[in-house]
Write a protein that binds this ligand. Structure first.
Ligand code: SF4
Length: 333
C-alpha cells in the first residue's frame, strides 16, 4: 500500500475542505467496505483519505415528510430494516437486503453503496490485465475475454463493465435524488444523472467532482412503493452480484388497470438502467403473464450481447416478468 494522509472529519464542511486540500487524488472513506479492498489491490492509490464516518448528521433517517430522507452515512442494514421502508417501499428494502452480506450491510453506507466500483475481474486483477478503467488507454481485456458478467446495455469500445449495485436500481425506479456538498455550492443530482456510461472515459463513473460529498438521498413518496419489489437473480442466492435484476413499482386502479409503472434494470448495464418504453407498454393494461412478458421483451429489445453473456437477455426478460407479477400482487392486496 502506498503512503497517504488520513483526516477524520467531524463536519461536512471539514470533509469538503480536506478533500479540496487533498487534491484530485483524495478519496472519501465512509463504511470502508470497498475503498480498503481496492487500496490493497492497488486499484485505488489515494494520496489523501478523508473519513466521514464520524459525521453525525450523515446518519439521520427521516421518513416523516413528503419524501424519504436518508443520510448518506446511514448503514445499509439500518435503512433496509426501517419499518416504513420495509412496509411501504419494499423494492428499496429488498435491494439493500439482497446486496452483499449481513456483516457488510452493517458496515457499508447507503451513500458509499451508490458509488461502488465495478466487479469486472480484469479491473481488479492487476497490471497483467489491460483495463481502460484502471489505466486509461491501456485497452479492455473483457471485450475479447470472458464477458459473462459484462454489460448488455451502455457499453463502449473502451469498456463494457457492469454497474454492480442494487440500491441504485431501486432508487432510480423511484426518481430519487442525491444532495451534494462541494466547496463552492450545494446541489441536487437526480440518481438518473449520477452515473455515467463509459464512452471514451470509463475511468469517470459518476458526475460528482472529486471534492464533492453526497450528504443525503431523497426519495419522493409514492403509492407505487406499496406495489414494488426488487428481484435479483444471481449464481448463488447470497453474497453474489446480479446476473440480472429488476426494480419494479406499480399502482393498479379499482378496475384492475395499471395506472403507474416503474421498471429499472440492474446487473445488465454500465449504469443503473431505467426502461421507460417497457413502462409505457403496461399503462392502461391489465397485468397478466403475457403483458408482463411483453414489457420484459421491450425492456431488453436494445440489448447487445458479447461472447458469453447472451443467455442473460432471456434471463433478464424473465426477471422483469416475474418482478412485475410480484409487484402486481402487492399492488392489489
Ligand atoms: Fe476494464 Fe471496463 Fe474492460 Fe473491465 S470492461 S477490463 S473495467 S475497461
Amino acid at each position: 500500500m502506498r503512503p497517504f494522509t488520513y483526516t477524520a472529519a467531524r463536519t461536512v464542511d471539514q470533509a469538503v475542505e480536506a478533500l479540496a486540500d487533498g487534491g484530485p487524488g483524495a478519496k472519501v472513506l465512509a463504511g470502508g467496505t470497498t475503498l480498503y479492498d481496492l487500496m490493497k489491490l492497488r486499484v485505488e492509490n489515494p494520496r489523501a483519505v478523508v473519513d466521514i464516518s464520524r459525521i453525525a448528521e450523515l446518519t439521520e433517517i427521516d421518513v416523516s415528510g413528503p419524501e424519504l430522507r436518508f443520510g448518506a452515512g446511514a448503514r445499509m442494514a439500518d435503512v433496509a430494516d426501517h419499518p416504513t421502508v420495509r412496509r411501504d417501499y419494499q423494492a428499496l428494502s429488498e435491494s439493500l437486503w439482497r446486496a452483499a452480506s449481513q456483516q457488510l450491510r452493517n458496515m457499508a453506507t447507503v451513500g458509499g453503496n451508490l458509488l461502488q466500483r465495478t466487479r469486472c475481474s480484469y479491473f481488479r486483477g492487476g497490471p497483467a490485465f489491460p483495463c481502460n478503467k484502471r489505466e486509461p488507454g491501456s485497452g479492455c481485456s473483457a471485450i475479447d475475454g470472458i464477458d459473462r458478467h459484462h454489460a448488455l446495455f451502455g457499453g463502449s469500445d473502451a469498456c463494457i463493465a457492469t454497474y454492480p449495485g442494487d440500491w441504485a436500481i431501486a432508487l432510480l425506479a423511484f426518481d430519487a435524488m442525491v444532495d451534494v456538498v462541494g466547496p463552492a455550492a450545494r446541489r441536487t443530482i437526480p440518481v438518473a444523472d449520477l452515473h455515467r456510461e463509459p464512452g471514451s472515459t470509463p475511468q469517470r463513473e459518476h458526475n460528482l467532482a472529486p471534492d464533492e460529498v453526497i450528504v443525503r438521498i431523497r426519495v419522493p413518496k409514492t403509492r407505487a412503493g406499496r406495489g414494488s419489489t426488487y428481484l435479483k437473480i444471481r449464481d448463488r442466492e447470497s453474497y453474489a452480484f446480479a446476473l440480472a435484476s429488476a426494480a419494479v413499482g406499480l399502482t393498479v386502479s379499482r378496475r384492475g388497470r395499471i395506472e403507474e409503472c416503474r421498471v429499472a434494470l440492474g446487473g445488465v448495464a454500465t449504469r443503473p438502467w431505467r426502461v421507460p418504453a417497457a413502462e409505457h407498454t403496461l399503462i392502461g393494461e391489465r397485468l397478466t403473464e403475457d403483458t408482463a412478458r411483453r414489457a420484459g421483451e421491450v425492456a431488453f429489445a436494445g440489448a447487445r450481447a458479447g461472447h458469453h453473456n447472451g443467455f442473460r437477455i432471456e434471463l433478464g426478460i424473465r426477471t422483469v416478468t416475474e418482478a412485475l407479477m410480484i409487484a402486481g400482487t402487492r399492488a392489489t392486496r
